[in-house]
Ligand binder design. Structure first.
Ligand SMILES: NC(=O)c1ccc[n+]([C@@H]2O[C@H](COP(=O)([O-])OP(=O)(O)OC[C@H]3O[C@@H](n4cnc5c(N)ncnc54)[C@H](OP(=O)(O)O)[C@@H]3O)[C@@H](O)[C@H]2O)c1
Length: 277
């Protein structure tokens, strides 16, 4: 039986432990991918304004026939939309494009420290939450210093921090930093865009259990206690990834995967430097 128990957020809400990420899913196919995933059992859909497919994502949600209140919809405020007023408008834009009355979670996509607007951006999310436009406010790609400024200046820790996390880049320090502050970690690019599928340690575990390398990696995330949002546009692989909820890794398996961490394993930009538009 799939372990679907949701994870708790620091604001009293909950989030599914496994969801679908829709980055790079073309607007013309995203509705199909989203409704197929929801049909398989996915309840969390992770989108963003910058992915350019929010309208199709909303179409997929409606086509699934599953009630809105059974789903968990995330979007993100893009870098050029930071600042109080622009963020309030950005949230409204996402709601309109997706065609929902509220987002379950809205994240600041990147801290963009040189812009130095993430505190007022987070304040805008708090007000959007007070106005019922979003249920939870969170961040993405935040480092300790960024979290600490939000906490110090606004008196609350974000509900969630979505960060790059996969076997080649395990982020033990950032996972601990999130946990100390009561912030749930969520892994982006959890499959490391397939870079570790051929690692002998992962292959050996997959062969012993009788599952795939992707399932081993996703199960590793779940056993770390983080939320995870793999992307697939293929129905078989969507099902394979969801079925990860059914397998179990031993402590020795977890230790073997811990050994795959690399100092330079990051595949995305460095959050202290990235200001991209
Ligand atoms: N906050 C941020 O800054 C940020 C940055 C990047 C990503 N994200 C979020 O994280 C989500 C996931 O990250 P990602 O899309 O970069 O990469 P990912 O989920 O790590 O990997 C996706 C790739 O793996 C393939 N794949 C998926 N399941 C597979 C399986 N079971 N077997 C073999 N191949 C498989 C997919 O191909 P097929 O489609 O052909 O299956 C796709 O090419 C994104 O979609 C987005 O929502 C957030």
């Amino acid at each position: 039986m799939a372990d679907l128990a949701p994870l708790s957020l620091n604001d009293g809400k909950t989030i599914p432990r496994l969801g679908l990420g829709v980055w790079q899913v073309p607007e013309e196919s995203v509705a199909d991918v989203v409704s197929t995933a929801i049909g398989i059992g996915y309840r969390l859909i992770d989108g963003a304004r910058i992915y350019g497919n929010e309208a199709g994502m909303g179409e997929g949600i409606r086509a699934s026939g599953v009630a809105r209140d059974e789903l968990f919809v995330t979007s993100k405020v893009w870098n050029e939309d930071q600042g109080y007023d622009a963020t309030r408008r950005a949230v409204e834009g996402s709601l309109k494009r997706i065609g929902v009355e509220y987002l379950d979670l809205c994240l600041i996509h990147w801290p963009c420290p040189a812009q130095d607007k993430y505190v007022e951006t987070y304040r805008a999310l708090m007000d959007a939450r007070a106005d019922g436009q979003i249920r939870s406010a969170g961040v993405s790609n935040f480092q300790d210093a960024h979290l600490d400024r939000v906490i110090k200046e606004l008196g609350e820790a974000p509900a969630l921090n979505q960060i790059e996390l996969h076997p080649a880049f395990q982020q033990a320090q950032m996972r601990a930093a999130d946990e100390e502050r009561g912030v749930l970690t969520q892994s982006w690019s959890p499959l490391g865009r397939m870079t570790m599928f051929e690692a002998p340690e992962i292959k050996a575990i997959a062969e012993r259990i009788g599952c795939t390398p992707a399932q081993v990696i996703l199960r590793w995330h779940l056993q770390l206690g983080v939320s995870v949002i793999p992307r697939s546009t293929n129905a078989g692989r969507l099902k394979e990834n969801f079925d990860t909820l059914d397998i179990t890794l031993t402590e020795a398996d977890m230790a073997a995967i811990a050994g795959l961490d690399q100092e330079d394993g990051r595949i995305g930009p460095n959050p202290d430097e990235f200001e991209g538009n």
